[in-house]
Design a protein around this ligand. Structure first.
Ligand SMILES: [Zn+2]
Ligand SMILES: [Zn+2]
Length: 347
């Protein structure tokens, strides 16, 4: 089978033997796998989390199940979650599933960017393999993981109807946050980026939003532009959906007193930042990081898709075949005219 490996920050496609299917394992033929900002961080940046595999947003069709597997059978269409918690540790008891030791060490074999993916017993037995409803196609399925990540971030924010939202980063997760915060009742949404293509893309998807291009705007001009859109008090919630550190600094200024900043985009490891801590204290800002997602939000996402409550497919601008994975990653990194890029496996 063809599979992608990361070799010194370059992704190569190699041929490997099919993985052996253990008694409780499931083998899936990959149909689609999304390219994520964290994949790009692993190649073009400095990723601080433990996993170094590329491709973690796969969906496909089961080709083989272990002899003890009763809940799944060959031919079924599934979403695969690569990380699965233990549900039996102090972190899990406190619903901090993504902080569970096993969550961060569990994984699929060899990765999402592979013709075949072995879903190990650990994942199969603990909700890491989920059947897709008939009306959820594989394009949508490649977006389940990032939508679920955004849902987890939003579920932590105590978002209220009519809240005013500022989103930094008009990439695919910025736009998913846009779609979801609107769905949950946001009254105003401002999206900030320096990429005109992406800002226009966001505006086309939702003409009600305000877009701000940070390029050629000084700090005061930027703040005024935000305040003229969400009101002088500032945003109730600011969502950092980029790894750009300056976005966090700016968000501190434009979030209202008592408001919330969501740290969603992955900052590079060893990111050093100079901020006025007194501003965070005196404004009583809540800073809420959100890493990855859990079973609850995956099911919430599938329900949203199954019932056509969100229209997510328009986010996919490019498809690359598995053999061209590295081109896809480079293309996504340039972000010239792309939003979500997905990898497909030949039939
Ligand atoms: Zn992802
Ligand atoms: Zn645990």
């Amino acid at each position: 089978m063809k599979t992608a490996i990361l070799d010194n920050k370059i992704v190569k496609i190699v041929n490997r033997d099919l993985p052996k299917v253990g008694k409780n394992d499931v083998l899936v033929r990959m149909k689609t796998c999304g390219i994520c900002g964290s994949d790009l961080e692993k190649i073009f940046g400095n990723y601080g989390m433990r996993s170094s595999r590329i491709g973690h947003e796969p969906a496909g069709e089961i080709t083989e199940v272990g002899e003890n597997v009763k809940a799944f059978s060959a031919g079924e269409r599934v979403f695969i979650h690569h990380h699965v918690p233990c549900y039996a540790c102090h972190y899990c008891y406190n619903d901090d599933f993504t902080m569970c030791e096993k969550y961060q060490s569990s994984n699929i074999e060899p990765s999402g960017l592979s013709e075949y993916i072995l879903v190990p017993e650990w994942n199969v037995l603990r909700g890491g393999l989920v059947k897709l409803p008939d009306n959820v196609n594989f394009n949508q399925a490649a977006l389940i993981e990032p939508i679920a990540c955004c849902l987890r971030s939003i579920n932590k924010l105590n978002l209220k109807k009519a809240d005013k939202i500022a989103i930094f980063g008009a990439g695919s997760t910025g736009l998913i946050h846009m779609i979801l915060t609107k769905l949950f009742g946001a009254s105003k949404i401002v999206i900030v980026d320096i990429n005109e293509f992406r800002l226009n893309f966001a505006k086309k998807m939702d003409p009600d939003i305000t877009t701000i291009n940070l390029k050629d705007k000084d700090a005061n001009e930027f703040n005024n532009k935000v305040f003229s859109s969400v009101g002088q008090m500032g945003s109730d919630i600011s969502i950092i959906s980029t790894s750009n550190l300056d976005a966090f600094v700016k968000s501190i200024k434009i979030t209202r007193r008592g408001g919330t900043v969501s740290l969603f985009g992955v900052p590079s490891k060893d990111s050093d930042l100079r901020i006025d801590l007194n501003l965070i204290y005196s404004k009583e800002l809540k800073i809420i990081p959100s890493y990855a997602t859990s079973e609850k939000e995956i099911h919430q996402t599938i329900t949203l898709l199954e019932n056509n409550i969100i229209d997510i497919e328009p986010l996919i601008t490019h498809k690359f075949s598995l053999s061209d994975s590295f081109d896809a990653l480079e293309y996504a990194h340039k972000a010239k005219d792309s939003m979500k890029i997905i990898i497909t496996s030949p039939d």
